[in-house]
Design a protein around this ligand. Structure first.
Ligand code: PMP
Length: 290
């Protein structure tokens, strides 16, 4: 992945893709003092770019460091990266981390770096294929108690259990894994939020221990615009058998229906389909309806 054509924005400069390197004694690598974003550009414009830049800045503050670029500068840099790489549709990855000036837990004076890359990341499936739904495993690891880690930061350290859980799910033939939180409540997937449908009402876990995704909030708004009731609440695994539809939401996943979680079964239906279509229309406001 580190040898592609194109350019990466690195601390204010555009550098050739293969030259965007860090030293092995980087604090972010050893101690996970690193935050990032995942965004998508549709037709050359990044969906909710400013919200993502604000979340990036906020994640860094939660890890006790300040990114030395403003939200407006980050927005402009992301736009430049998409443009310079000639990609109208792209996945955009800003990442900020503590550098290599000091090695040890304390890194008060380490330089804060910011890099932004963009690459092609097609939608997981075409709409018809996507409507069949993906299969989810149930992860062994749980989302940690927010008293033990800044759970609202999109911080690299929080993804260690996600990679382990996703690898295990993939080995077992699943696309991803559902994670419970430390209390045993239904939480989210390894890189996406989760929704359920019962009797025409949407149910989604209260985002009190995991990332309140920008896609999650967009889908809640789209559902309410349609007059669909949305119930954010505690959801227990015992309740999963009572739901008819299930889907996940995230920048990468967009709206992707789920057909199975371990032994529970769901049938992607009208609400999943409607919200998939509404989300596509929302992110591509200028595209003509097919
Ligand atoms: N939860 C996790 C753990 C994620 O990595 C993501 C993707 N950023 C999400 C939820 C969804 O967030 P968003 O809709 O802002 O992409």
């Amino acid at each position: 992945f580190d040898r592609q054509d194109g350019v990466i924005w690195f601390d204010g400069q555009l550098v050739p893709w293969a030259d965007a390197k860090v030293h092995v004694l980087t604090h972010g690598l050893h101690y996970a003092s690193c935050v990032f974003e995942g965004e998508r550009a549709y037709g050359g414009s990044i969906f909710k770019s400013t919200e993502h830049s604000e979340r990036l800045k906020h994640s860094a503050e939660l890890l006790d460091f300040t990114i030395p670029f403003s939200v407006a500068e980050i927005d402009a840099a992301k736009h430049l990266v998409v443009e310079k790489n000639g990609r109208a549709d792209a996945y955009v990855r800003p990442v900020a981390w503590r550098g290599s000036e000091m090695m040890g837990v304390s890194a008060q004076n380490n330089k804060i770096h910011l890099a932004i890359a963009a690459w092609e990341w097609p939608s997981y499936f075409d709409p018809a294929e996507r409507l069949k739904g993906i299969r989810l495993d149930l992860a062994d690891f749980r989302r940690p108690d927010p008293a033990t880690i800044p759970a609202k930061a999109k911080a690299s350290g929080l993804y260690m259990i996600c990679t382990i859980s996703k690898h295990k799910a993939e080995r077992r033939g699943y696309a991803d894994a559902l994670m419970l939180d430390w209390r045993g409540h239904v939480a989210e997937c390894t890189g996406a939020n989760i929704f359920f449908v019962k009797d025409g009402v949407l149910h989604t876990p209260t985002a009190d221990a995991f990332l309140n995704g920008i896609t999650r909030r967009t889908v809640i708004e789209l559902a309410r615009r349609r007059g669909i009731e949305v119930n954010e609440r505690t959801i227990l695994p015992d309740e999963l058998s009572a739901f008819s539809e299930c889907f996940i939401t995230g920048t990468a996943a967009e709206v992707t229906p789920v057909s199975e979680i371990a032994d529970w079964r769901f049938t992607p239906g009208q609400i999943s389909k409607t919200l998939m279509e509404d989300y596509t229309a929302e992110v591509r406001p200028h595209a003509k309806a097919a």
